[in-house]
Design a protein around this ligand. Structure first.
Ligand code: SF4
Length: 61
């Protein structure tokens, strides 16, 4: 799985709470992915974060 946070992010912090191993808030106040490549161990959490993002800013494929 690959993950990318797009420019829609409003910095609500939900993804960083849902999956802190993959998402964090930058100094600029928006989220970023720790790594664009997500291992199978985190895939479910990352998908849950993407589904819960209020502005659909987390793109997974
Ligand atoms: S859940 Fe979405 S809007 Fe909120 S910080 Fe994460 S990427 Fe940004």
């Amino acid at each position: 799985m690959q993950v990318h946070v797009n420019g829609n992010c409003i910095g609500c912090g939900l993804c960083a709470s849902t999956c802190p191993d993959e998402f964090f808030l930058t100094d600029g106040g928006t989220a970023a992915a720790v790594s664009p490549e997500v291992g199978s161990d985190l895939a479910d959490q990352v998908q849950a974060a993407a589904d819960a993002c209020p502005v659909s800013a987390i793109e997974v494929r």
